[in-house]
Design a protein around this ligand. Structure first.
Ligand code: 13P
Length: 250
């Protein structure tokens, strides 16, 4: 099942979120073989959850903390997110890693906490421009994935991975589908090596300047199991076009 996820980042108040979801539901047509997810900021989770009520569209958060509760001012635990109806959490997004200094160790703790709570993490990995230019893209991805999943067993049916090259995020310059496919294959092969006994029910999403006019090209490749969309998910009219790029794909 393909997964098309909207990461709104720090956009949309509760009232703006309600307005968006109402419009999106008017445009949305349920189809076999694809799952749609909306990840608003924490403060709009309730509004989105209430507006989505009765639809099959899923709700996710953009971040979490790994402790269950306690003296952690400003943090949000998975238990809180679960009660609000979140079934997914984005973990280790490039902006968390590079703006907020989130380490691989913290990302690993968050992945473990998600799995313990029964929330599906979307683990983000991706190389910086200088790393791509230095020819170490696969090495960087392997390192990020090994560390994010260290000590975790039998996870292949309970996580998804998003490949988001840092240089493609918010720049209007996506990876070519061929470059994305090469990394997606690498990720799939690596996870098979790390988890030889497990199923292969995880998805590898592409993220980074996905737009209505380039989405269709990516969907031609079976290695692209979906998208994680930032800027182009902020308008229902553009996000629906990206969702519909997977219309005929199973
Ligand atoms: P853009 O689609 O705005 O490039 O952002 C991608 C992203 O970071 C999604 O998580």
């Amino acid at each position: 099942m393909k997964l098309i996820a909207a990461n709104w980042k720090m956009h949309k108040t509760p009232s703006e979120a309600r307005e968006y979801v109402n419009k999106f539901l008017e445009l949305y047509e349920a189809k076999q073989g694809r799952e749609v997810l909306i990840c608003p900021p924490f403060t709009s989770l309730c509004a989105v959850q209430e507006t989505l009520e009765g639809s099959e569209i899923k709700l996710g958060a953009q971040n979490c903390y790994y402790e269950k509760e306690g003296a952690f001012t400003g943090e949000v635990s998975l238990k809180f997110l679960k009660e609000l109806g979140c079934s997914y959490v984005i973990v280790g997004h490039s902006e968390r890693r590079h703006i907020f200094g989130e380490s691989d160790e913290i990302i690993n703790k968050k992945v473990v906490a998600c799995l313990e709570e029964g929330i599906r993490p979307i683990i983000c990995v991706g190389e910086k421009l200088e790393e791509r230019e230095a020819g170490i893209t696969f090495k960087v991805i392997e390192n990020q994935l090994r560390l994010a999943l260290s000590g975790v067993e039998n996870y292949t049916d309970r996580v998804d991975i998003a490949y988001e090259p840092v240089w493609a995020i918010g720049t209007g310059m996506p990876a070519t589908p061929q470059d994305a496919v090469a990394v997606h294959r690498f990720i799939r092969d690596l996870i098979k090596v790390l988890n030889p006994e497990s199923g292969m029910n995880f998805r590898v999403l592409y993220g980074g300047s996905v737009k209505p006019d380039n989405a269709k090209e990516f969907t031609k490749y079976r290695e692209i199991d979906g998208f994680l969309v930032g800027g182009a998910s902020l308008k229902p009219e553009t996000f629906i076009e990206i969702v519909n790029a997977f219309k005929d794909v199973n």
